[in-house]
Design a protein around this ligand. Structure first.
Ligand SMILES: *Cc1c(COP(=O)(O)O)cnc(C)c1O
Length: 422
């Protein structure tokens, strides 16, 4: 099936007499008549649902849809994007080991990698996109378990060069993890370009309506853990789960089975069935929303470029953008709804522009149907001095826009009138 059809119909196949729409199973638990049946399930949890911390039928159908959309072999939904990212890493790296990550990351992810994972004994080695392959490879050692990037780094708008990083990961036999939140599988499918694990904050485009915080991890099934000494915990019996061996139990889906059996079981960052149900409804229109969002964003990026009050615009869909060629190579059907621009002047002009907007509201969010705006320097990156902001690629005059699916002329009019007033 093509992406558009999976969005609408993937993950749920009713049998005769079943509800046509994926039902909401708002239940913590599941009934089995025979104790042998229950005992069997404790041995083979994939065979059915036991308890909604581990799995739930509504969540499972939604997971199956996202797995199909990304072209993976299995998925696990979580209570937030952050918990998906945390578990995606914990499932690979243990105390004393490390991961490699690009330094341009979503702020929460940066903090997790810089402060919280090191507290647990897992170190992050940060690299910059403009380092040479040799410089990046020199950071890899025998304890390196993953390389982590975002399809497009927000707000620096760096497009991931999948071929380049997949080659480095292949050469050293390490897992390539990609946060595909902002591109979504409608535009980019990272597994087709060598990624092995995909994570999402489903809070953004997958839900699309700003109603549910959530995350999801997808297993590409394209990494050979079996017999790989770097990942021996996938290949030896797990004493915490009656000696299951994940590469045997899970086969190609060893990664995601291990994530569920170890981390979902013990840490319990499960989504509520209601949120899975709502997010699944959101995904039914993902393709239609992304198409409109992307075409709106491209038109507005061009409009901003022509406005005399605007100093620069970063949007990978623009010809001449530093990342346009890479975006052309990896993106399909458009370039997403996020754009960043610098207003002539500084912090004050950027803040005044936001004050003058009427339709486009200031919120700490991105990627839903409503257009919104944020001033990174005074909000998400407020603790940083102007010098540190520059290091992080954020200038005081930077404005971040997340473009929704409203009428593009109304959005253009709002932006133009606000620029006129400053
Ligand atoms: C929002 C976001 C996250 C964090 O997800 P939450 O659902 O807010 O926990 C991670 N990565 C990216 C790219 C995001 O935009």
């Amino acid at each position: 099936m093509k992406i558009e059809t999976i969005c609408v119909q993937g993950g749920y196949e009713p049998k005769s007499g079943d509800p046509r729409v994926l039902p909401l199973y708002q239940s913590t638990t599941y009934y089995y008549k025979d104790p042998d049946e229950m005992a069997y399930l404790f041995n083979s949890p994939k065979a059915g649902h036991i308890y909604s911390r581990i799995s739930n039928p509504t969540t499972a159908a939604y997971e199956e849809k996202i797995s199909q959309l990304e072209g993976g072999v299995g998925a696990m939904a979580t209570g937030s994007g952050m918990s998906a990212i945390m578990v995606a890493c914990l499932n690979l790296a243990n105390k004393g080991e490390n991961i490699l990550a690009i330094n341009n990351l979503y702020g929460g992810t940066f903090n997790l990698f810089k402060i919280t994972l090191p507290r647990l004994g897992i170190n992050t080695k940060f690299f910059a996109d403009d380092m040479s392959d040799e410089e990046i490879e020199s950071l890899i050692d025998e304890n390196t378990k993953a390389l982590y990037m975002e399809t497009i780094a927000n707000p620096a708008m760096i497009v991931c060069d999948f071929d380049r990083y997949a080659k480095i990961c292949k050469k050293h036999g390490i897992v390539f993890v990609v946060d595909n939140t902002l591109a979504t599988p409608y535009h980019v499918r990272p597994f087709e370009h060598g990624a092995n694990v995909v994570v999402h904050s489903s809070t953004k485009y997958l839900d699309g309506h700003a109603s549910c915080v959530g995350g999801i991890i997808v297993d590409g099934g394209n990494f050979e853990y079996k017999g790989n000494p770097r990942y021996k915990e996938f290949c030896v019996p797990d004493a915490s789960y009656h000696d299951v061996v994940y590469v045997e139990e899970g086969g190609k889906a060893a990664y995601i089975i291990k994530a569920r059996m170890q981390y979902m079981r013990d840490m319990g960052m499960s989504p509520s069935p209601f949120n899975s149900w709502l997010t699944n409804i959101g995904t039914e229109t993902l393709h239609v929303r992304m198409e409109r969002t992307s075409s709106n964003a491209l038109q507005l990026a061009k409009l901003l470029q022509k406005n005399e009050k605007v100093e620069w615009v970063l949007y990978p869909g623009l010809k001449g953008d530093k990342y346009h060629d890479l975006a052309e190579k990896y993106y399909k059907n458009g370039f997403g709804g996020m754009l960043v621009f610098g207003i002539k002047g500084g912090r004050e002009e950027a803040e005044n522009f936001i004050r003058k907007l009427q339709l486009i509201k200031q919120v700490t969010h991105i990627a839903d149907v409503r257009s919104c705006v944020l001033h990174p320097a005074s909000t998400t990156h407020r603790q940083l001095s102007d010098a540190d902001l520059t290091l992080a690629g954020i200038t005081p005059n930077m404005v971040r826009l997340s473009i929704g699916i409203e009428n593009v002329d109304d959005l253009a009019q709002d932006i133009t009138q606000a620029l006129e007033k400053i």
